[in-house]
Design a protein around this ligand. Structure first.
Ligand SMILES: CC(C)(COP(=O)(O)OP(=O)(O)OC[C@H]1O[C@@H](n2cnc3c(N)ncnc32)[C@H](O)[C@@H]1OP(=O)(O)O)[C@@H](O)C(=O)NCCC(=O)NCCS
Length: 354
């Protein structure tokens, strides 16, 4: 198996382009008004979106302008910048010459002007302000990436209507029967407010809890009895649901078929463990990344898929990021480098300005 040169970058747009981003890109027609208002360094560079917009093609600027919410415009802009950056850095193509097009099933890809020039395979995901790219030089290795943010939708209110198991049933077209059962009735463990960790094994049948409003008790190995609300269990199961979701998304995005895939239920993830976020005191000094899980097993129509590696990583309290790469060795040994968190001014703007 060839050595892998996987690239993984993360751009956090939550604090970027804060100066009236919406009005700057209200419509494509308005763009010419904000052009050339750019200052390239210091606080302005972080806050003004006009410079990076100018570095894109008119149709790309228009596509960004069509998003209604500022958050979506910013993620779309971040997505374009990362696509360009991947091509500029790996294929050494000057920024203005880069052409990003919709490839098979509209998966965005880079098409070199000269077909004999080196290519690059990449995939983008954006969610709740974060934009991630996974990329690999050449076109023979496929990659997929997906970010989820567990508390972004109001799932708990829906779960409270008829219980967690009924809520999961809404997704029965996406998951196999085995996955649905696993999602509904298993949990890897919970962390209580006082910091006590209780494993799935210690929870026993309580892992089957589907309502958030029961008082439950567990006897710890120390002999201590802990009583708490079953909401802790349901919330851990919701996080695990999103781990399954993100694994499936990253895989279908790697394949390029995305929502056209009519084999979602044939693709099955087993041995899924939810990565833990860093504890608050550890997170304060780190880069936001928490636990990494690489031993998820992939099955297709009951057969093991051994040429794909999947990695699931916690980011901050609420995010998880899945990367999929194929072909590769099982468990991704030596395949996954750490995500690099990009700095707009240092890593992106100098290349964009060329
Ligand atoms: C197109 C799809 C990939 C979008 O996924 P998403 O989770 O909404 O959004 P993400 O942020 O992860 O991905 C968006 C990026 O996917 C990329 N993308 C688009 N089409 C793609 C395709 N066919 N294959 C791979 N990637 C694709 C694009 O780069 C896009 O970003 P951009 O428009 O800024 O370039 C598709 O899977 C989808 O709409 N999923 C909806 C959720 C769902 O039902 N999932 C079922 C799995 S359980």
């Amino acid at each position: 198996m060839a050595t892998h040169n996987l690239i993984r970058w993360l751009l956090d747009t939550r604090e970027l382009w804060l100066d009236n981003f919406s009005s700057q890109v209200r419509s494509a027609k308005d763009l010419h008004k904000v052009k050339s208002s750019l200052k390239f360094t210091g606080a302005d560079a972080k806050h003004q979106a006009s410079f990076p917009l100018e570095c894109l093609k008119p149709d790309e600027q228009q596509a960004i302008g069509r998003y209604y919410r500022a958050q979506d415009k910013k993620m779309s802009l971040g997505s374009y910048l990362l696509k360009y950056l991947v091509v500029a850095r790996t294929c050494r193509v000057p920024w203005p010459e880069i052409q990003i097009v919709g490839g098979e099933h509209k998966k965005p890809c880079y098409r070199p002007r000269d077909a004999s020039s080196p290519g690059v395979e990449f995939n983008i995901s954006h969610q709740a302000g974060l934009v991630a790219v996974a990329a690999h030089p050449g076109t023979s290795i496929k990659v997929g990436v997906d970010i989820v943010c567990v508390n972004e939708r109001n799932d708990l209110a829906r779960i409270d209507e008829n219980g967690f198991d009924s809520w999961v049933d809404m997704y029965e077209e996406m998951f196999s029967d085995r996955e649905l059962n696993d999602i509904k009735y298993s949990v890897n463990g919970v962390r209580l407010e006082d910091g006590t960790e209780i494993s799935g094994g210690q929870l026993g049948d309580l892992a089957r809890s589907c309502s958030r409003y029961e008082s439950v008790c567990v006897s710890l190995t120390s002999g201590e009895k802990k009583c708490f609300s079953s909401g802790v269990i349901v919330e851990a199961k919701l996080r695990r649901f999103y781990a399954f979701w993100s694994l499936k998304e990253a895989y279908i995005k790697m394949s390029g078929e995305a929502l056209l895939a009519d084999w979602l239920r044939d693709l099955e993830f087993r041995n899924v463990r939810t990565p833990k976020p860093k504890l608050a005191q550890e997170a304060a000094s780190g880069n936001g990344f928490g636990e990494t899980v690489r031993d998820v097993e992939v099955f297709f129509r009951g057969e093991v898929v051994s040429d794909v590696s999947m990695e699931l990583q916690a980011f901050e309290e609420q995010y998880m990021i899945v990367t999929a790469i194929s072909p590769t060795t099982p468990n991704g040994r030596g395949v996954f480098p750490e995500f690099e968190i990009l700095d707009l001014e240092k890593d992106i703007y100098p290349l964009a300005a060329t």
